[in-house]
Unconditional design. Structure first.
Length: 461
């Protein structure tokens, strides 16, 4: 990849000599005679490092340095003919990578540039490692359909082919996109994600293509769009089926030509972007209804990948549950397990919300179940199934599955604690011991939930 370096200096001979030296070293130089002009170049070009003079008419280098560090993640090398230790310290505190005094030693400039680029690359790689570390989710399962899905990903990932990922809500389409990118040749840069359903139509151009300062009311600063950010990497267009027809037309052009102009700008910007798109809609039906463009569909649908519903791979549920329990354990939710009967009940459920619904259910059970072994009755309670009374479930609680999660949790706590208090004749100490809580904590909880242990004791007597 070509390295673009911006020289910001009000002295033309210095700009010209530095440009010549950088060109000889294989870099692509850009130059600006003022800080204001340099900031405009940064908004329009893909710059990797900046050489910035301190003393210039108008905005000085230190003020420009602050703006560059705030808006762009770039190494900046300060150059000055009137440098002082105080100025150098101030520049370093703001975020300058190095400070070089004039007259410039070109060997020193090139050495500092190479070092700055090397450090920036290491920081980027460390960031990617953190993002893709052991906590990063992977595709879980050993069913036939999941193994087939993995094979498709392995084949398509190393190519630059565009992929249309299809599947229901909560099946893991985003995870498939992340896996394709991670296994691709573009994984040195982060994947850029766009939720097409969340962007208002009037802002789609600015969000995707960026804008120049003053392009519209509120555009007080230049902004790079998602296509800019994904240059050399992967762009993931999630929920593409929810994009308006007007927005689809705008996106189609950039997808076909791989070039665009920012809102309010006149310069054409070329990019190299691999596109992955995802939808839970039947795009063939949407095209028939006139809601989705055929040309956009055929442009995106180079390699179609279908993510199976959870009910089509029920045998993967135990593995998914084990993963979720481990993740919640790491988050400090406690070391809990499911009984075999509870696991069987989960495998018999249809899961219209797919893996996402299963994950939410496991989190709910881990939080709400009082014992380390989550019983079948706990699972059945939240699934709204009829179960025989057991030690863990001796209270009536109807239609909990129709309640919002917050209300369901509160209802569960109230009825559960009432049942336990009734069992212990209103004795808070015995109840606290049974449910594994401190007495003072339980007393406070009862007060918050409006439960009168004394009255429950009177009724029990």
């Amino acid at each position: 990849m070509s390295i673009h370096i911006l020289i910001i200096d009000d002295e033309q001979p210095i700009r010209e000599s530095l440009s010549g030296i950088l060109g000889d070293e294989g870099f692509i130089p850009h130059s600006a005679g003022s800080a204001e002009e340099g900031l405009q170049v940064l908004a329009e070009e893909e710059i990797h490092l900046v050489l910035l003079d301190i003393w210039m008419p108008g905005m000085d280098g230190l003020e420009a340095l602050k703006l560059i560090k705030e808006q762009y993640d770039l190494p900046v090398i300060m150059i000055s003919g009137h440098g002082t230790i105080e100025t150098a310290v101030q520049a370093t505190r703001i975020g300058a990578f190095d400070f070089i005094e004039k007259p410039l030693s070109y060997d020193k400039v090139i050495h500092s540039i190479n070092k700055g680029l090397h450090v920036a690359r290491l920081e980027r790689e460390n960031k990617l490692l953190r993002e893709s570390g052991p906590t990063r989710p992977d595709i879980t399962g050993e069913s036939h359909v999941i193994n087939s899905l993995r094979e498709q990903i392995e084949r398509v990932a190393p190519t630059d082919a565009w992929v249309l990922i299809r599947g229901g809500h909560g099946t893991g389409k985003e995870l498939v996109a992340q896996t394709i990118h991670r296994k691709s040749n573009r994984n040195a840069h982060p994947m850029v994600e766009v939720n097409c359903a969340a962007i208002p139509e009037e802002l789609i151009e600015s969000e995707l293509f960026g804008h120049v300062k003053g392009a519209f009311t509120g555009a007080t600063e230049p902004k790079k769009g998602k296509f800019d950010q994904a240059n050399g990497s992967t762009l993931f267009l999630d929920e593409i089926g929810d994009m308006s027809l007007k927005s689809q037309a705008k996106v189609l052009r950039i997808l076909q030509e791989q070039k665009f102009e920012r809102v309010g700008g006149a310069r054409t910007i070329n990019v190299d972007v691999r596109v992955l798109a995802a939808t839970n809609k039947n795009l063939e039906e949407e095209m028939h209804k006139g809601n989705f463009r055929e040309d956009l569909f055929y442009r995106l649908n180079v390699v179609p990948i279908n993510v199976p519903a959870l009910m089509d791979r029920r045998e993967d549920i135990p593995l998914l549950v084990a993963d979720f329990l481990q993740n919640f354990r790491k988050k400090g939710f406690g070391d809990k397990q499911l009984s075999n009967e509870a696991l069987t009940t989960l495998m018999q459920h249809n899961w219209p919300g797919n893996v996402r619904e299963l994950r939410n259910m496991i989190e709910r059970l881990v939080i709400m179940s009082p014992k380390d072994i989550i019983a079948d009755s706990d699972v059945a309670l939240f699934l709204g199934k009829e179960v025989a009374p057991t030690e863990a479930n001796t209270f009536p609680l109807q239609n909990i599955q129709h309640l919002p999660y917050k209300d369901a949790r509160k209802a569960f706590e109230i009825e559960y604690l009432k049942a336990k208090l009734t069992e212990n004749d209103g004795n808070i100490s015995k109840t606290a011991e049974q449910v594994g809580m401190e007495r003072s904590h339980l007393h406070k909880k009862l007060k918050t939930l409006g439960i009168d242990a004394a009255k429950i004791g009177e009724h029990s007597a």
